[in-house]
Ligand binder design. Structure first.
Ligand code: PA5
Length: 515
């Protein structure tokens, strides 16, 4: 069989950039030309005046503008319902300005030192202690990062994530990938008590300690509360290196804290550039000039749509690299908005793939959907479409018209944006110029600000997640955790009172009777 050779495709730009980052070659992110070239835009044309009765009109938005401006002012002043256990949870607001270059340097040098001694790095965490790191890592690196030779990873170790589920098969498979390698872990948990993360930590800690004994300390990092919590205690006792999750920053707003920075530094992601993106968007989103502040426009439009009966927001991207960013949004928004019977369900989608699946529902299903596109303008690689002499598939018109894959992939957003709008789905498009940490920093801050404003508009605190806490305690009770005995008893009683209906797919009629 013939072997596939890459000669005709040239160098992979993602790998080239990974190598450059590994050599410490930064993008010139402090230059005006760089800022200009990396400006995110938001096109909201298709949000208005659609063809069906629940469509939005500009006047619907205009009615909300005063409340959005008030929310922005309150946010800046630290007013309103923003506390969790008495702590105002808006530490993320000014973090882009407050974070110091020396702190970034310290993280970069700690990870560089460790990176040289390991083959693989495993980040343990869930929710806000996981999604932002994974999203940023995947957005900026090669799709098959761990399979590349180290040199093409820019010298970075392989990077894995655990703690985000309790699936023993997935764990076992991950361990197969780690076998025989020099491994370091970073356990990330603000509370220090999240079951999934704690179990992941226990298993890996045990594995490392049984191999390395005392030396295991060198390859165990702990990212948790500055003072309190079970993890902090373990770290103190065992002498693990710790990183801090500030009190006043909630998990889903924490990607610019040590939660995100340690793992990203391990992948050689430029923390200075990442922070600069956050800083720029902070400057822009402080403004009370509504139409020049994308976070206000975004928040107000989503709220207006919700008032009109829209219940689902499909967040669709044309870039595999940005799909995890849509997944990050799937946490940020619902966890902050889904209170008191309110909020939009966020459905992350990768197009074209999903256009051949729930795309049918978006076009013609119940008209309770809005759509937000994350359009990547310039992929790292453009990939030409070859001309063929016989043109049997009739596709020569593409190269003849000068179109490559990057151009076609833009239409994967523009086509649905048009068709879905005509079908009654209001939509807006964020255009993200390139895959770099600056643009991600900008985008994250924009979204964080938008969801905070959204909380104010909905009239509840977006910085708490009592619903998530409910599942956590139910799980503690079910697994028999000490201190949750009463809860376990109450649950058992309630469960016993419920008449169970279970149908068994079995030939034995006794098993298949509903009970
Ligand atoms: O946004 C949040 O606060 C949550 O999603 C948390 O990040 C998540 O529940 C994990 O919590 P912890 O970091 O305490 O383990």
């Amino acid at each position: 069989m013939a072997r596939f050779v890459l000669d005709e495709f040239g160098e992979n730009e993602t790998i080239r950039r990974q190598i450059a980052r590994g050599r410490g070659q930064e993008e010139p992110y402090e230059h005006a030309a760089f800022e200009q070239a990396n400006t995110i835009s938001l096109d909201v044309t298709n949000m208005f005046d659609g063809p069906e009765p629940t469509s939005l009109h500009r006047k619907d938005l205009e009615e909300i503008i005063p409340s959005a401006l008030e929310a922005n002012t309150m946010l800046e002043r630290g007013e309103g319902d923003i506390r969790d256990h008495d702590i105002p949870m808006t530490g993320w607001l000014n973090l882009p300005e407050e974070i110091t270059a020396s702190h970034l340097k310290e993280i970069a040098s700690a990870t560089r030192e460790l990176s040289g001694e390991i083959d693989a790095f495993v980040s343990l965490g869930i929710g806000g202690s996981y999604l932002g790191i994974e999203a940023t890592f995947r957005a900026l690196t090669h799709s098959f990062f761990n399979q590349l030779p180290r040199e093409q990873r820019g010298g970075a170790p392989e990077i894995y994530f655990l703690g985000q589920n309790m699936d023993p098969d997935f764990y076992r498979d991950t361990f197969d990938m780690l076998e025989g390698k020099r491994v370091a872990i970073n356990v990330i948990s603000k509370s220090g008590t999240t079951t999934e993360t704690a179990i992941a930590f226990r298993i890996l800690q045990q594995a490392l300690e049984s191999r390395l004994g005392e030396q295991a300390r060198r390859c165990i990092l702990v990212t948790t509360d500055r003072e309190k919590g079970a993890l902090k205690k373990v770290a103190r006792e065992k002498g693990y290196r710790t990183f801090v999750i500030p009190d006043n920053v909630g998990g889903r707003f924490s990607v610019l804290t040590d939660v995100g920075l340690v793992g990203l530094a391990m992948a050689n992601i430029d923390l200075g550039e990442f922070t600069a993106g956050f800083r720029r968007m902070r400057r822009l989103t402080r403004s009370n000039d509504f139409w020049r502040n994308p976070s206000l426009v975004h928040a107000a439009l989503r709220y207006a749509a919700w008032l009109k009966g829209k219940k689902i927001e499909v967040v669709a991207t044309n870039a595999t690299s940005l799909y995890p960013v849509a997944r990050w949004m799937e946490q940020l928004f619902p966890e902050s908005e889904g209170h008191k019977g309110q909020g939009l369900w966020v459905s992350p989608s990768l197009y074209s793939e999903k256009l051949h699946a729930n795309g049918q529902m978006v076009q013609q299903g119940e008209r309770n959907i809005i759509e937000t596109f994350l359009l990547l303008r310039e992929h790292d690689n453009r990939l030409p479409i070859p001309r063929q002499r016989d043109d049997m598939d009739g596709l020569n018109f593409l190269p003849d018209n000068g179109m490559d894959m990057n151009d076609i992939n833009r239409k994967v957003v523009e086509g649905p944006a048009y068709a879905h709008y005509q079908g009654g789905v209001p939509n807006m498009t964020f255009e993200i110029p390139r895959r770099n940490s600056y643009n991600l920093g900008q985008f994250y801050y924009l979204m964080e600000r938008s969801v905070a404003v959204s909380g104010f508009l909905l009239g509840h605190n977006p910085f708490v997640q009592p619903g998530v806490e409910s599942y956590k305690t139910a799980m503690f009770a079910l697994i028999g955790k000490r201190g949750f005995e009463d809860k376990a008893k109450r649950m058992k009683e309630k469960l016993q009172k419920m008449e169970r209906t279970v149908i068994h797919a079995s030939e034995n009629p006794r098993n298949s009777d509903p009970k």
